[in-house]
Design a protein around this ligand. Sequence first.
Ligand code: S3P
Length: 165
Amino acid sequence: MQNIVLIGFMGSGKSSLGREIAKQSERYFLDTDSLIESSLNKSVSKIFTHFGEEEFRRQEGVLLRWLSVNVKNAVISTGGGMPIFHNVRDLGVVFYLEIAFEQILARLGADTQSTRPLFSDENKARELYVSRLARYKEQAHFTLNAVKPLEILTKEILDLSFNQA
Ligand code: S3P
């Protein structure tokens, strides 16, 4: 059974959706940011400050290779930049959660924005968002509109991944 892999920009709802899919399908939920944080015992924002983005991306690459060899039949939520810097199609069936930038702003409160190093400046985040759209679509097996109730998205993803198996 292949992994279900969720990709999308910061604030697109990958983690909440991933947890719901895992719950509904009795799979384990893994979040790449949390795995890197627990492995290095540092928050993502501290990793950026202490070691720099380049080291964070290297850690993502190491984790991606480990997951693709060792993990099957899980739900994996990826950090927003992972599919930009690495080929996540090696991990399983990839679902892109598409969402407008304005919707992301409405979802992410000021607190959440400040815990994400690449979201500290709204204009830069908007540019990053625009620059990434094509790459997300290229990496995805399926693109879904993320602005729907969790139960509907969960069902769509489980149906699509079942048909891919
Ligand atoms: C990043 C997204 C973050 C985290 C890091 C970099 C990005 O994950 O990996 O701050 O480059 O878009 P979320 O998408 O879970 O916020």
